[in-house]
Design a protein around this ligand. Structure first.
Ligand SMILES: Nc1nc2c(c(=O)[nH]1)N[C@H]1C(S)=C(S)[C@@H](COP(=O)(O)O)O[C@H]1N2
Ligand SMILES: [Mo]
Length: 190
């Protein structure tokens, strides 16, 4: 009897694991981005707008050893459609303060359905910073897509740059600047 229960439980666990791993059906997904994707959010994404990482097509994500069954991908227009915030960010080592503009990072996370989770923000160069919900609440974090009136570019600090406003206080030091990830392209929600 015990064996049967154990076998049934094991079978149930396998079914659940398969269900969790199954790639989403197309009709389960939110509308896909129209333009080139600049940001992919994966991990604890429930709905998402794309299916599994495709090793051939998603060569750069594969290069960074990213894996997912579903994700929420943003093209630049999707980020630009969210309410935009203008901030002035300044760090001690910079030649001058920079005017940044883009959506609140919290709005981006909400759109992907992962607001409230700890996220790791990754850049093209592999740099990654963990942002806990507590850290997110301490500042009005902006995922900037524009700096000093110009769209952020790949090769510059684009496609997106995570920072917060520092006007009215001293330029930030190394510790805070270290959390301002530039060239953001991927977010993993835990
Ligand atoms: N993409 C990316 N963002 C990053 C870093 C990095 O190496 N790569 N370094 C962080 C640190 S530690 C600092 S102090 C600032 C400035 O880094 P930089 O001197 O490499 O420009 O960016 C932060 N954001
Ligand atoms: Mo740094």
């Amino acid at each position: 009897m015990k064996g049967k229960i154990a076998a049934a439980l094991a079978g149930f666990a396998v079914v659940m694991a398969l269900a969790a791993k199954a790639p989403p059906r197309a009709d389960e997904l939110a509308p896909a981005p129209q333009g080139p994707v600049v940001l992919t959010i994966a991990g604890a994404v429930e709905t998402g707008n794309r299916g599994p990482l495709e090793p051939f097509a998603d060569a750069f994500l594969k290069y960074h050893d990213k894996r997912f069954e579903r994700a929420f991908a943003f093209d630049r227009a999707m980020l630009a459609r969210l309410p935009q915030q203008g901030i002035t960010a300044h760090a001690r080592t910079w030649p001058a303060a920079v005017r940044l503009r883009g959506p609140l990072f919290a709005d981006v996370l909400r759109e992907a359905g992962v607001l409230g989770r700890t996220v790791t923000v990754f850049a093209l160069d592999g740099y990654g910073v963990e942002i806990t919900p507590e850290l997110l609440e301490q500042e009005a974090w902006v995922l900037a897509i524009e700096a000093d009136g110009r769209p952020l570019s790949i090769g510059g600090r684009g496609p997106a740059w995570l920072a917060y406003d520092t006007s009215g206080r001293d330029p930030v030091g190394e510790e805070e600047e270290g959390r301002w990830v530039w060239s953001v392209f991927y977010v993993e929600a835990g």
